[in-house]
Design a protein. Structure first.
Length: 195
């Protein structure tokens, strides 16, 4: 997600094999990465510009770079009959909601996810003309390495298995329309999350 040449190469490979995509899902995101020197801040003294910039590169700039290079593949073929939209879904996080921030902490992760949401909201206006629904989604708490690192916090939530979460999300994605869902932020239950 931090290498535009690798995204360009992925686009070239995919576009050489298929003419269009009905969906593009960005599931990349980072909260902690020792190699990139990224760690969630518990207090302001933990903040470093380098770590914050790395979070923004993956969580906010990466999805926009993907959209820049892949949006042309998302445009559904022109047809005289109505066609379902293509979708561009960015996996966000509820902590990226400015309105829902009642705890503080994790400054760079929160801000980078909020920035991604702002980028996607803006992108939705452009891509709706191409019949592409651009949507941010909070997948819920899923049993992954990321959530296992925060067992005490995770205990407060309904933890979904990976297969269960994927099935629920794919079913939800099938309901997305440009008019009703484009440019909005939803959780895994289909409930809108405030910005």
């Amino acid at each position: 997600m931090t290498s535009e040449p690798s995204i360009i190469a992925a686009h070239a490979l995919i576009s050489s094999q298929i003419p269009t995509l009905s969906a593009l899902l960005n599931v990349a995101g980072v909260l902690r990465d020792d190699a990139m020197n990224i760690a969630p801040e518990r207090r302001i003294d933990d903040f470093t510009p380098e770590s914050s910039l790395a979070s923004f590169q993956v969580n906010a700039i990466g999805p926009m770079t993907m959209a820049k290079h892949f949006h042309s593949l998302l445009t559904p073929p022109r047809s005289k009959t109505p066609t379902p939209p293509s979708i561009f879904v960015n996996f966000s996080a509820r902590v990226g909601s400015i309105t829902d921030n009642g705890l503080g902490g994790w400054s760079s992760y929160r801000a980078s996810k909020a920035a991604a949401n702002a980028f996607l909201k803006t992108l939705s206006h452009e891509l709706k003309r191409q019949n592409v629904a651009v949507v941010s989604v909070h997948p819920g708490t899923v049993d992954t390495d990321l959530t296992r690192a925060f067992l005490s916090a995770r205990a407060k939530y309904d933890v979904q298995g990976v297969d269960e979460a994927a099935l629920k999300l794919m079913t939800l994605f099938d309901t997305f329309t440009v008019e009703e869902h484009g440019g909005k932020f939803f959780d895994h239950k289909g409930e809108e999350v405030p910005w």
